[in-house]
Design a protein around this ligand. Structure first.
Ligand code: NAG
Ligand code: NAG
Ligand code: NAG
Length: 173
């Protein structure tokens, strides 16, 4: 009898587990669905989402990797998001939290250890490659730089606006 009742309890727990887990979509699909359903998105996000079945997934992931050893790492993001505006970043944060994915943020510059695209847990890469606007205000001696811009672009853009100002940035972005 003891045996039977513990078996019953075990079976009940299993049944409960299954009833709490919706049998429909996998995590990456749920995450993408969450992005598409997000009401705060201004610009369409459908051109900024790469799942592993997308034919461009590996070229988008691998293009900025210069330490070729890191190409062979088996830890790959479930989805890559290349936001086109700030609302896409907000949606990525909300949806990854909701579906238990961590975020690695990549700005496209130097990352020789792969910290911006490797993780030991399920994750998405937030790749800021499209957010590279640079606004130079010579009069006020200030420049606003989006995180995806690299230093070469920054130096060049400043040089096009002024012959006297510069921005020294060793070992930073
Ligand atoms: C791959 O993803 C990009 C960006 O979201 C999208 O524009 C393109 O249509 C997708 N291609 C395929 C084959 O799914
Ligand atoms: C990646 O792994 C494959 C198979 O082990 C090997 O042939 C290749 O040389 C490796 N590539 C790099 C860049 O380490
Ligand atoms: C830049 O300078 C102009 C004129 O000196 C001023 O009107 C403007 O508010 C300044 N902009 C910023 C962002 O500080």
């Amino acid at each position: 009898m003891k045996h039977l009742s513990s078996y019953f309890t075990f079976a009940t727990v299993i049944t409960l587990l299954f009833s709490f887990e919706p049998p429909s979509l996998d995590t990456p699909e749920k995450f993408v669905q969450c992005l598409y359903n997000n009401h705060h998105i201004s610009n369409s996000i459908s051109n900024a989402v790469y799942t592993q079945t997308n034919s461009s997934y590996f070229s988008v992931l691998d293009a900025p990797i210069h330490n070729l050893r890191l190409l062979n790492i088996s830890s790959k993001p479930q989805v890559i998001v290349t936001p086109l505006d700030v609302s896409h970043i907000q949606a990525t944060i909300m949806c990854s939290q909701r579906h238990g994915l961590q975020i690695r943020t990549r700005s496209g510059g130097h990352d020789y250890e792969g910290l911006s695209y490797i993780a030991e847990v399920p994750f998405v890469v937030l790749d800021l490659i499209n957010l590279r606007q640079i606004k130079v205000d010579v009069e006020n001696r200030t420049t606003w730089v989006q995180a995806g811009a690299n230093l070469g672009e920054l130096y060049y853009t400043i040089s096009q606006k002024t012959k006297t100002l510069g921005f020294p940035a060793p070992h930073t972005r």
